[in-house]
Design a binder for this molecule. Sequence first.
Ligand SMILES: C[S@@+](CC[C@H](N)C(=O)[O-])C[C@H]1O[C@@H](n2cnc3c(N)ncnc32)[C@H](O)[C@@H]1O
Length: 330
Amino acid sequence: MNATINLEKHFPVLLNELVSIISPLYGGTFIDCTFGAGGYSKKILENNLNNVIAIDRDNSVNSIASKFQKIYEKRFKFYNKKFSDIDQIKKNDIKAIIFDLGYSLNQISDLNRGLSFKSKGKLDMRMGLNDFSCDKVISKMSQQSLFKIFKYFGDEKYAKPISKKIVQFRENKKIETENLVEIIESIKKKKTGKNKSTKVFQALRIFVNKEITELINGLINAYNILPIGGVIAVVTFHSIEDKIVKFFFKEHSELKNASRYLPKSISSKKYFNLTKKKPILPSSNEIKINPPSRSAKLRFAYKLENGCDFKKFVNYFSYLKEIENLNFDA
Ligand SMILES: C[S@@+](CC[C@H](N)C(=O)[O-])C[C@H]1O[C@@H](n2cnc3c(N)ncnc32)[C@H](O)[C@@H]1O
């Protein structure tokens, strides 16, 4: 085979660390829930014993997936799906399910998609397979709903004045990306290390792409299709994602009510083996080569048992899901 895949300018985050977790399981199917530029999939497929099922909601990665298809043939299969639908994939030799959350550099740097505050024109922010774009959120949602989105998904201290100004501004003029940046900058006067628009843009991306619901359902469905002994590994990029993943593994991996004087309840079961409680972080060398990797955290756990119901997990984060479900006439 002469074809090769050149990923020279692409730096998959925490790749060596991920490989050290999954390589003892080589020889079977690996699900790459966030295919992107294919960095993880390529590394896994370098071992001839492995198959990869890759998923991505963004159909702009179809062309990369087609190249993989030509080279790896039956060992590679791609689905343009959301990873919350992972339970539609039936396979009985799954060894690991991997999530590398967030956006690829290709997505952020494509200014037509409006994911970044450096974009111009219509607000978009869709990753793929969305119900609406950011334009609808900014032009239709109530001030109260915008406030909640900025506060809970962006931890934005100025959520109230920013949401108020958006509602005033749109009475006279349609808000495009550059207007939103101007509104934020007119309120946040003090200089900080981060760009002033970072938090509001993060919040809007989470809302438009329903990232919280995706993650919660994706993790639960990954557990449901993973055989005992398999591993779930997740790379997160912001504190909300990390909080969800940490809770998901920790809550179901520690013995609760384990006292011998108490009746053995369902909650005393351990569903995951969490060998490392702390997340794995990128080395200083990786951060030097690829600065955006500085916010990445890798957590993983091995499945021990079937039958976890995840009620507490779902309830614990229901306040975030409720915000993602806010409707346009609220
Ligand atoms: C950080 S990139 C992954 C990079 C990849 N690990 C690599 O090495 O090239 C994240 C990718 O996940 C995809 N993605 C994010 N959320 C998703 C979801 N809920 N379902 C499917 N794909 C998703 C994005 O479209 C993006 O292409």
